[in-house]
Design a protein around this ligand. Structure first.
Ligand SMILES: *[C@@H]1O[C@H](CO)[C@@H](O)[C@H](O)[C@H]1NC(C)=O
Ligand SMILES: *[C@@H]1O[C@H](CO)[C@@H](O)[C@H](O)[C@H]1NC(C)=O
Ligand SMILES: [Cu+2]
Length: 153
């Protein structure tokens, strides 16, 4: 028993460990950072944001800021008066819930000049095509599992 159990445990940890803990940091705009005249929709296109991932807005402090707004304010480029923006120049936002999230810069007419980002945050679960198979011991003996068909003692 001993060795094979250890082996199975190691295999499970090696397989599923990275998936469970792989929250990602996204530098908004990559090397361009958070600025005017950048196409943030193109940047967001094709990226998958999940609950637990983080957005990092990088800019020279004082030059820009970050407001989290709703869809209406996003369309209108209006920074809500009652909200306080992030201003550090290295602002990290943890994506805590799924759904659409809107961010704009409230300085001057920067939002109108393209400094706005809308993303859709997906639930933490991986999409079905990438989802880890259920653990082997949840399977009955004859079931067909190409990778995890262990014989349990
Ligand atoms: C948004 O813009 C529309 C017209 O474009 C206007 O009617 C509405 O009052 C604006 N909303 C806000 C919150 O500024
Ligand atoms: C969006 O936020 C503004 C305040 O910034 C608020 O007045 C407005 O009602 C909100 N709109 C929606 C659809 O929640
Ligand atoms: Cu700005």
């Amino acid at each position: 028993m001993g060795l094979s159990r250890v082996f199975i445990l190691l295999l499970v940890v090696a397989t599923f460990g990275p998936m469970i803990t792989s929250a990602k940091d996204f530098i908004v705009g990559d090397q361009s950072g958070w600025t005017v005249g950048f196409d943030y929709q193109a940047w967001a296109n094709g990226k998958e944001f999940h609950v637990g991932d983080r957005l990092v807005f990088k800019y020279p402090a004082g030059a820009h800021n970050v407001y989290k707004v709703n869809g209406t304010d996003f369309q209108n480029c209006s920074a809500p008066l009652e909200a306080t923006p992030l201003t550090s120049g290295d602002d990290t936002i943890v994506l805590a819930t799924s759904g659409k999230k809107w961010y704009i810069c409230g300085v001057g007419n920067h939002c109108d000049r393209g400094q706005k980002l809308v993303i859709t945050v997906l639930p933490q679960a991986l999409p079905p095509s990438m989802a880890p198979a259920p653990f082997p011991w949840s399977y009955s003996k004859g079931s067909k599992r190409p990778f995890f068909n262990f014989k349990l003692p």
